[in-house]
Design a protein around this ligand. Sequence first.
Ligand SMILES: [Zn+2]
Length: 541
Amino acid sequence: MLRIVNGEVYDPINGINGEVRTICVADGKIVADTGAGQTIDASGMVVMPGGVDMHCHIAGPKVNLARKMRPEDHRGDMLPRTSITRSGAGGSVPSTFTTGYRYAAMGYTTAFDAAVPPLAARHAHEEFNDTPVVDKGFFVLMGNNEFILQNIAAGRPEKVRDYAAWLLQAAKGYAIKLVNPGGVELWKFGGNVHALDDEVTGFGVTPRQIIQTLADVSTELGLPHPVHIHCNNLGLAGNWETTLETMKALDGRRAHLTHIQFHSYGGKPGGLFASKAPELAEYVNAHPNLTVDVGQVMFGDTTSMTGDGPLGYLLYQVTGRKWANVDVENEEGCGIVPIEYKDKNYVHTTQWAIGLEWFLLINDPWRIALTTDHPNGASFASYPRIIRLLMDREYRREMMKQVHQKAVAKTHLLELDREYSLYEIAIITRAGPAKLLGLKNKGHLGIGADADITIYNKDEDKEKMFAVPRYVIKDGRILVEDGHIREDTYGRTFFVAPAYDPAIEADIREHFDKYYTIRYENYPVQLEHYLPQHEVVACSG
Ligand SMILES: [Zn+2]
């Protein structure tokens, strides 16, 4: 047994707000105190559950292609092998080993990849198996899947439901992800969709139908996480109207809108760029069926990687940098472009401010999660700095003096005095994301929870405090001390296995025979080979 004594505990799921408590661990779980065992004296320290990143890009072919495309991103950031850890490269798209170690060293113990095409699920699981320490899972791209589009067009939502359940099982995925629904399919022919009722040519469906059908499917299957939506028109001036239309189209259905910062822009394409965060945040505040994560932009060099093929091309046009665009047969696409966010740039400053506005304008911290859409807005390594921006109003004001002054003056950031408390930070970085993902044993320190615990030295400088925890405990073992990995372990992968009518398999087999270059029998991921350590999360449907 391990006992953590005298620490200030922040465990929002159990309503514990900085009280000094003893937390005890045995066999990888939080247990009741029996008064015996190894003791960590956490006097003057803060104890929280391990961090949970609910939206990042850390595995799969898109991430790997970005690594290959950007040797210059790694060159200045090499991690030599140690007696405990393996070697790797850092930068905005770290290698698998570095990804796991850096999350762990920062006190994060769970991370979900947000966009895996099911055809590439094997690859994603292979990389997960190479990513140390953290537990993980991924969302399965379905918003441009041809089988789904065909069956929505044919008015057969029950077939979409059975197929989605089959697909989650085949890919060993966790939730349904939509990326620019309908638009990526059209992009394969040079087009895109721009409004919810635009037709996806060749299929006769609209983004609205795709969004509503898959939101209903997520609910009917009882998935632990609702439909996870990257809206149409990401990054375009004036896109806030599409975002608001999407929220309205959901009409009470549960949904998570991701990297909402990138979807909150006023103005007109080619014209002036502006923040519409207040209007959208007001809508979210009034509609409890909706949750968001931010996708905060931070200044510096990073890599944009997206399942949104046409967006990849747009970013290439804007930046003029090297780019890649990939088609995933019958299912999805993706685009990759290096990007540098500059603090003297009008648009980039507006993006930075919009992200902060979202954090400061959402009343209920349980409905907003801290993300950078790693690495799209910035690397996950910038989370400690974002925490400081939220907790320290003076620091935020100092930073606001260093950005594009006209741009920041047009946002509402100057008027927002709010400062996050440690309790609220614990919500947006672990308790909230765990709840939104439906992970009952994560994000809290109650009896029976997974013993993933981060212990921080208290510090006025919150960036320093959150960058290098004193201890990180994963499944009850002390894996990190003062930022150094003490033991190399591998976490497990979460997936769901919703029930479906097996009659759908004949339809899927026919679809494979007609359209895929891979046979139906070879498509599902073999559990025993690709997920040596896993946990099936129950569906309520
Ligand atoms: Zn993303």
